[in-house]
Each structure stands twice: as C-alpha cells, then as structure tokens.
Design a protein around this ligand. Structure first.
Ligand code: LMR
Length: 358
C-alpha cells in the first residue's frame, strides 16, 4: 500500500528486499523513470519506424483484361517486385480501366495518383507527335521489324520524347498487329466507306480511316463493347488478344486479317516519381521492369496466335483473308497518310522504321 505521508517508506518495486525511498526520493525517482521511459519509447518508435518504413507503392493502372500481354506483364512485375524487393517496393495492379481510363491515366500520373502505366503508343498524341510513327498504316511488315526498330538508336530516341512533359519512357511492350472488325465484311477499302470506326486518340488513325472514306471516332477502350453492341459504331481495329479478351468477336461477325497497323505500348512513369525512388533501388527496379516486359512480349507472341484460334473455334466471327490484290488496294489507299504526317514525325525516322523490314 502506498502511504502519501512525507516520511513514509516506500517499496517502489513492491518487492521485499529491494531498496526503499522516502517521498522526496520517490518523486525524483518517478521523474527519472518517466524521462528514461520516454526516451526509451522514443528510441523504440524511431527504430521501429526506420525498420518497418512504408514501402514505395507503385499503382499500375491499365485498361485491358488480365489475360492479355499487358495484363500479364503487370502481374509479372508485381510478382517479381514482391520476390526481389519485398518490403521496399509494392506494385498494385488495376486492370480493366478500374482506376483510370486511357485518356486520364497520364494526367493522373503527373498528379501522382498513379505511378506506372503502359498506354498504347497511339495515346501519347497530346505529349508528343513523334510517337505517331507507330500508327502509320502498313509501316511494319511483322513484329520482328517492330522489335528491330524499337531496339535501334532511333527507336530508343523516341522513348525520350515525352521527358519534356515530365514522363519517362521505361521501355516498349508488344501487343501485336491490328485487324479490322466490322458488322459487314470488309474485303476492299470501298467496303469501309461511310462506316463508323472507333479509334484511339490519334490523328494518324483518324487520317487512316478518312483515307478509305470511313468515319473515325475517338473513344476510350472501355466504351468499345457497348458502342459496338448498340450499333453506335460499325467497327473497330484491334489485336486478336483485345478482340478476344473483350469479347468484341461475339458482336462483330467479321474480322478482316489486315495486319494494317501496330498496337504496342510504352511503359511509363513520371519523372517526379522515378527520381523519388532511392538510388540504390532504382537500377534493380529497372531491371525487374525489363524482365517483366520480356515476359509480356513472349505472352504477346503466344496470345496473338492462341486468341486468333479461340475466335475461329468460337464460330462467332468469320476471319476474312485478303488476297494479294485486295491487300494492295488497302495499302494504296492508306499509304498517303505517311506523307501527311512526314513533317511532324520526321522523314529520317520514317525511313529508319521502314528499313527495319529488310
Ligand atoms: C485500345 O484502346 O484499343 C488499346 O489501346 C487498348 C490497350 O491498351 O491494349
């Protein structure tokens, strides 16, 4: 029992055999123990917070399904980061336009609301006109040519064209070559005349459809299915993996295997975020991103084939093969678009890209 009388003797520990104090000594003792305890607690809290400091969170936002090259690349990135940078960095993936649609994601990135994304190259129109090169119709004969150009000095140069806008291009990611889907069969350019096609936000793509007297409409990817279903548009252009994973083939009875254009991505982050990543983590994070991109590229090659076959097997949509004569009509009609954008993109750039086909 504690007696408050000045001269009472106190067994502080309440244990027999330990020293006892009078009231003044006890007050002093209490002050000291409080100070020591506070200091110890602060030290513990400080050490604790240093040890378990919050990890860097990378929100990766994209618009496609998870079973696509980009969806798989993002998951791979998340897994590799958890495995190799666990505790220091965490990747959170938001597919299917859950967090941001294509037209908003880059703005959100500059505001710090999202740290990574991989928009289609066609969606950088507002940030640079140079990347429009990838939208020029019939520029690349296959994905090998695309890869060759992207790896070249000129291709790598293009990754830096968004830096002035506060964005960093971390690398290219493949999806594949685009096909034309429509409610009516498209064999020759005249079949597309007057038809409404959804396009990504790219002036080159608009010009490409205008070149065949069709009507292009810039719309977000998340709206394409409904636009097709309600017949607000007649068709769209996309890769087999997007046509399959978003079920466009279920409501588009014809797909013309035109391979007329490219759908590839740029994995991007903001300069502000990238510079905030500690210097000792950045190189490792970059090499993980490169590895995830390589993986995504492998998935792209496999999915292109597999989803094409899935669409054939579904019997919901007919894949139209073009004869050489039909194909050259499309090339002839669309190729003038190159000249239209030559000044903005640069002739040297277009020539370099074209040479990658050889
Ligand atoms: C599209 O909008 O059609 C594509 O960019 C979607 C995507 O990211 O593959």
């Amino acid at each position: 029992m504690v007696d408050s009388s000045a001269d009472c003797q106190l067994n502080v520990a309440g244990l027999a055999g330990l020293p006892t104090f009078n009231f003044e000594e006890e007050t002093m003792f209490r002050k000291i123990t409080t100070l020591v305890a506070t200091a110890a607690l602060s030290a513990m809290l400080f050490t604790g917070s240093a040890l378990a400091s919050d990890p860097i969170v990378i929100k990766f936002s994209h618009v496609v399904a998870e079973n696509t090259p980009k969806g798989q690349m993002a998951i791979k990135l998340k897994d590799l980061v958890a495995e190799r940078l666990g505790g220091k960095v965490v990747v959170e993936v938001f597919p299917n336009s859950q967090l941001f649609g294509d037209n908003k994601v880059l703005e959100a990135m500059l505001l710090g609301d999202v740290q990574m994304a991989a928009p289609a190259l066609s969606k950088f129109d507002r940030y640079t006109s140079k990347l429009q090169i990838f939208d020029l119709p019939f520029l690349f004969k296959d994905m090998d040519a695309v890869g060759k150009f992207q790896k070249s000095d000129k291709g790598q140069e293009l990754l830096d064209t968004i830096e002035k806008k506060g964005l960093i291009g971390l690398g290219y990611l493949h999806n594949g070559l685009k096909q034309l889907s429509c409610s009516t069969p498209l064999h020759v350019p005249a079949d597309a005349a007057g038809k409404k096609f959804r396009i990504m936000t790219s002036d080159v793509l608009a010009a490409q459809f205008q070149a065949v007297n069709a009507v292009p409409l810039k719309k977000p990817f998340s709206e394409v299915f409904t636009l097709l279903q309600t017949k607000a548009i007649d068709g769209q252009e996309n890769t087999y993996s997007n046509i399959y994973s978003k079920k466009f083939y279920e409501i588009q009875p014809y797909i013309t295997e035109s391979n007329h254009g490219l759908l590839d991505y740029m994995v991007v982050t903001s300069k502000e975020f990238w510079m905030s990543v500690p210097k000792d983590i950045r190189p490792q994070l970059k090499s993980i991103i490169d590895e995830a991109i390589d993986y995504g590229n492998k998935v792209a090659a496999e999915k292109g084939e597999a989803d094409r076959q899935n669409i054939i097997d579904s019997k919901r949509s007919e894949i139209i093969q073009l004869s050489a004569a039909e194909r050259s009509q499309w090339v002839e009609a669309m190729k003038p678009v190159w000249e239209q954008f030559e000044k903005e993109i640069g002739k040297d750039m277009i020539d370099a890209a074209y040479k990658s086909n050889m």
